[in-house]
Design a protein around this ligand. Structure first.
Ligand SMILES: [Zn+2]
Length: 295
């Protein structure tokens, strides 16, 4: 929509992805929608584009065999909250029209409540769930957003109160994914700035209670913490595992990159080249041999 380029995933890529996931036995697959999508927009052009873009998000999520598609509810702008709830619900329905959602659930994410963004109040999320009750909808709770929206999850009592409020409104059974992020901003700031686990205003102790809370057991925990330094993502994941009583190595390979090779001297580099050449020669002669044998 706003970004040029192919928005469809080719059938070959999708099949390869699904097969690889099966081999690796990877758990729930969660896709996040484009941040520019605003189903709540009172501007008809932006809204139409948003519906089209969200339709494409669903198509891609289905192609990949995703379990959940996380969506930000959107910003009401000058339109007001009530109109926004109905616009979001209608937008979701329009985007999902003529598509079989099969195992895919759309999850509305709670927000920090920045500007006119919808979903910082759990009641607003509930209103959308009710207004689009024919769709498979659920909720994604972001810890940083929850905290910035004014819920003090730093203490045991505060966490209890928050989880009870979530249960009373959307229902804990509809919370399928938790975005686990520390917050750079203070309680009730309504500003959405993620921080490394334990380095922000929520703090490590609180995350120990969150990831081990029985009310949140079985949910997919996803980190959206910043990557300021190479390996920050691994360190944040390791921090969460540690809080759950599991230790995992943080080192070994660079994230998403080939393992760093040892620096080679010019001399040994030359040696490597000649070794590689010799290998290639050997392979070629082998090929030639097998070809002649095949004749
Ligand atoms: Zn999030």
């Amino acid at each position: 929509m706003w970004v040029r380029g192919p928005s469809r995933i080719s059938e070959a890529d999708a099949t390869r992805f699904r097969e690889r996931r099966k081999v690796l036995g990877l758990g729930p697959l969660v896709v996040h929608d484009n941040y520019l999508i605003n189903l709540a927009s009172p501007n008809p052009v932006l809204r139409t584009r948003s519906v089209q873009a969200f339709h494409q998000e669903i198509v891609r999520a289905l192609a990949l065999g995703a379990d959940f598609l996380v969506a930000h509810p959107g910003c009401s702008r000058e339109g007001g909250a009530e109109a926004a709830v109905s616009a979001i619900a209608q937008g979701l329905k329009q985007a999902a029209r003529n598509l079989k959602l099969e195992g895919l659930q759309i999850l509305l994410e709670n927000t920090a409540g920045q500007g006119t963004s919808m979903g910082s109040r759990f009641e607003e999320l509930r209103a959308v769930l009710d207004a689009a009750s024919d769709l498979p909808l659920g909720v994604c709770i972001d810890t940083a957003h929850t905290f910035a929206a004014g819920w003090d999850i730093r203490t045991a009592g505060g966490l209890e109160k928050t989880l009870q409020a979530i249960d009373r409104t959307v229902g804990l059974d509809r919370v399928r994914v938790v975005h686990v992020n520390d917050s750079k901003t203070h309680l009730g700031s309504r500003v959405d700035r993620h921080e490394h686990i334990g380095k922000g205003k929520i703090g490590l102790e609180a995350f120990g209670r969150i990831v081990n809370h029985p009310f949140l057991a079985g949910r997919a925990f996803i980190l959206e913490t910043p990557i300021d330094k190479l390996g920050d993502d691994r360190r944040n994941v390791a921090a969460l595992w540690k809080l759950m009583g599991v230790s995992i190595p943080v080192t070994g390979g660079r994230d998403g990159m080939k393992p760093r090779r040892k620096k080679t001297s010019k001399k040994s580099a030359r040696k490597n080249v000649s070794r590689a050449k010799a290998k290639l020669k050997k392979r070629q002669s082998k090929k030639r041999r097998s070809k002649t044998r095949g004749k």
